[in-house]
Design a protein around this ligand. Structure first.
Ligand code: 6PG
Length: 471
């Protein structure tokens, strides 16, 4: 029996996705540059392995697929994808579909979609979230590409995707780069969410003197409330874990230098190009950058060791902990509002007509940012008329109620010298966003003075240039 789909690239994500597909009853052809990996995947997985069809050559791999062929690439983003497309495309026939399931830059996906135009081949850019376990047991899947190819993928994708109350977390979101763009924003939000959690951890550790165990208990509690999410859940696990050798909290032994592979940075770059403030994501990406300059920070800490900061005014009593919880919840709403505003703007700019409510629905399970909160966002879009989540009735009350806590936490952290770049970015954005009369009237005046850039007036229509006094 020919295979239903082929997976090219058997790294952690590819191998797990192939096993997920095989387990759901589909025959999956597999290929990897190190050919043995495909055979090992079949042989090491009794039962499921019966549906895994390894190939020794690319030709054999393609020949084992039923027509029209579905070839899914799961390889690191970048040049490797182009190289593999160049190898595989000549072996395919009109009607066949190539699917890039990696974390691609959506600009590359748009280009690759254009490249196949006129060849009869189809290209799909598909974001897959959920890490290793998600790929194996149910990821969230964000599909972009020609709409008429989706029915060919749908039977497999709906079976392998995560389920939220029975509904599969997969959807076709728009043409060419739409799926990868949405995955990029997912990751940007993931970065902001993680950074804000780390900042709260920093307050607990450095401002309250709490130990990892105590913090684990608090995050465990928070996971039962409004913050309930996968990221809060794993934070509790991370903080509770002990190093087997020393018995110390493992988190205390981990070097404070964060890696990054690019999607967070792309989210910020695209938001900037669209003129949307995604300042919480930017703060998170920058914080990872600063973190990676560890020895430079050590030097800087010597120069400024003596500067005057106030003793941290945080209380580890229930009210103080509740304040942190509310601050985090409020900042989180603002961060998601920025991510959604970026998608709304991209949708308009690229004519994608992104289904923003559906995106929240398919993020409710399977992906890294999955949470109860996404169901609230889905609900807001279902009600309709959402200009920005910060203007949605579902969130106005929550932000109104929580902003004081966010303000207090940011103010206290600033006075104590505890960095809260993402939390403070959220607050600053909120205050800027809710202000009917801003301050760029002065910016416009300056621009007009030095460059005759012109300005509009509040009291009359038209475009004006003023002859400012010579400086
Ligand atoms: C996911 C994750 C996953 C990965 C990102 C971010 O949705 O499953 O987002 O794709 O965590 O690539 O990785 P970095 O933190 O290394 O940039």
């Amino acid at each position: 029996r020919p295979a239903d789909i082929g997976v090219y690239g058997l790294g952690t994500m590819g191998a797990n996705l192939a096993l997920n597909i095989a387990e759901k009853g589909f025959r999956v052809a597999v290929f990897n540059r190190t050919v043995e990996k495909g055979f090992a995947l079949r042989d090491d997985n009794p039962g499921i392995g019966d549906n895994v069809v390894p190939a020794s050559t690319l030709k054999e791999f393609v020949a084992s697929l039923k027509s029209p062929r579905l070839v899914l690439f799961m390889v690191p983003a970048g040049k490797i994808v182009d190289a593999e497309i160049a190898e595989v495309a000549p072996l395919l026939s009109p009607g066949d579909v190539m699917i890039d399931a990696g974390n691609a830059d959506f600009n590359d996906t748009v280009r690759r979609s254009r490249d196949v135009e006129g060849t009869g081949l189809n290209f799909v850019g598909m974001g897959v979230s959920g890490g290793e376990l998600g790929a194996r047991h149910g990821p969230s899947i964000m599909v972009g590409g020609a709409k008429d190819t989706y029915p060919q993928l749908e039977p497999i994708l709906t079976k392998i995707a995560a389920k939220y109350e029975g509904a599969p977390c997969v959807a076709w979101l728009g043409p060419d780069g739409a799926g990868h763009f949405v995955k990029t924003i997912h990751n940007g939000i993931e970065y902001a969410d993680m950074q804000m959690i780390a900042e709260i951890y920093g307050i607990m550790r450095d401002g309250m003197g709490m130990q990892a165990d105590a913090m684990a208990a608090i995050f465990g509690e928070w996971n039962k409330g409004g913050l309930s999410s996968y990221l809060i859940e794993i934070t509790a696990v991370n903080l509770a874990e002990k190093d087997p050798e020393t018995g110390k909290p493992l988190v205390d032994l981990i070097v404070d230098e964060a890696g990054q592979k690019g999607t967070g940075r792309w989210a910020v770059i695209e938001a900037q190009k669209l003129g949307v403030g995604a300042t919480t994501i930017e703060a998170a990406v920058s914080a990872r950058g600063v973190s990676s300059r560890r020895s430079e920070r050590a030097e800087a800490s010597r120069f400024y060791a003596g500067i005057a900061t106030e003793a941290a005014d945080f209380s580890a009593e229930a009210a103080g902990i509740a304040e942190l919880e509310q601050a985090l919840e409020t900042a989180k709403i603002i961060a998601y509002a920025q991510g959604y505003a970026t998608m709304a703007s991209a949708s308009e700019e690229f004519g994608w007509n992104l289904p923003l409510g559906t995106i929240a629905e398919i993020w409710r399970a399977g992906c890294i940012i999955r949470s109860q909160f996404l169901d609230d966002i889905a609900g807001a879009y279902e009600t309709g008329g959402v200009v920005n989540l910060l203007q949605s009735p579902a969130f106005i009350g929550r932000v109104e109620a929580g902003q004081t806590a966010l303000r207090k936490v940011v103010a206290k952290a600033s006075m104590a010298g505890i960095p809260v770049p993402a939390l403070s970015a959220a607050l600053a954005y909120f205050d800027d966003y809710r202000r009917a009369r801003g301050t760029t009237n002065l910016t416009q005046a300056q621009r007009d003075l030095f460059g005759a850039h012109t300005f509009h007036r509040l009291d009359r229509d038209g475009v004006f240039h003023h002859r400012w006094p010579a400086v």
